[in-house]
Design a protein around this ligand. Sequence first.
Ligand SMILES: CC(C)(COP(=O)(O)OP(=O)(O)OC[C@H]1O[C@@H](n2cnc3c(N)ncnc32)[C@H](O)[C@@H]1OP(=O)(O)O)[C@@H](O)C(=O)NCCC(=O)NCCS
Length: 214
Amino acid sequence: MFAERPLTGASACSLHQTRGGDPDAGRASGESTGAGHTWRVTTISDGVITLRPPREDDIDAIHAACQDPEIQRWTALPSPYHRDDAVSYAERVATERESGRTASFVCVDDKGRMLGSFAVMEMDKAPRYGEIGYWVAAEARRRGVASRAVALLRDWAAAELGLQLIELIIHPDNAPSRRVAERTGFRETSELRPAPRREDPGPPNHAVYAWRAA
Ligand SMILES: CC(C)(COP(=O)(O)OP(=O)(O)OC[C@H]1O[C@@H](n2cnc3c(N)ncnc32)[C@H](O)[C@@H]1OP(=O)(O)O)[C@@H](O)C(=O)NCCC(=O)NCCS
């Protein structure tokens, strides 16, 4: 879920962060401060997939991927999803990074093709707290992309942002997303919440999966 209006790995994946010196490391915007954390905008890779900051030239690929009904069904993205929504998303990424609220990434393969979108959100809600949201482009699904990316982002957020509690908020009928949560070490809690970041959040029927730093 690029989860905003908002637009907003498997444990076996090793965390490799590209920092310093690498021109693709996405550090142009420098450091971001928020929720008590300071971090460098960075690129994260496990050697198979790469998470990097969204760029203006991603807009068409994001717009195309977000036409998928499953993405519109399970995330807080606008529906219908227009090109302007992708443009607003790209603009909002920088603002929310500066405020420390959200760390947003696109996920690409070794040829730079767009696979999906992953973000740590809601970091202004509580100290050392974040919620991960995601979508994977329809043609890239069932290859372990979401599992790899969630594990990478989880470990990065704990190591670099100091997050201690990370949640995934998932509709009970979203079996693939629940499976991603289970594969990446998130435990289902007994809590149910309304759909996050929606104009009409509906009843509290979304499962809350939690992961805590050791
Ligand atoms: C949920 C989503 C991100 C999963 O992405 P993905 O890259 O296909 O996930 P993975 O390949 O890592 O698969 C994770 C697990 O889900 C299972 N899975 C994936 N798609 C599935 C499907 N359609 N039906 C049943 N199981 C499915 C996989 O088999 C795997 O389980 P396994 O380890 O038992 O084999 C993707 O389906 C998606 O973008 N859906 C629309 C947006 C969305 O739901 N976002 C999350 C909102 S909370």
